[in-house]
Design a protein around this ligand. Sequence first.
Ligand SMILES: [Zn+2]
Length: 95
Amino acid sequence: MLLIHCPYCGQRPELEFRHGGQAHVARPADPSATSIDEWADYLYLRENPKGLHAERWRHVHGCGRFFNALRDTTTDVFVSTYRCGEPRPDGGSAR
Ligand SMILES: [Zn+2]
């Protein structure tokens, strides 16, 4: 069974977690000044890399908190997990 490290609770089985999509997707500061294409990109476009991907996860059957994780999509290995608001540990790009 895959174990995921919750930054608040420690190692837990994967069954306690739910994937929450791509991490670091920032809502435009002024949506009314955003073009329709930029708004559509914000709503619908997400990265789909082969390799490291920054993702949001939620410990739904534990503390209930969201956190971010760097996961390698080719091996399903969690390289790192970190609390929301903290920078991406590898210094990778954040949209
Ligand atoms: Zn937790």
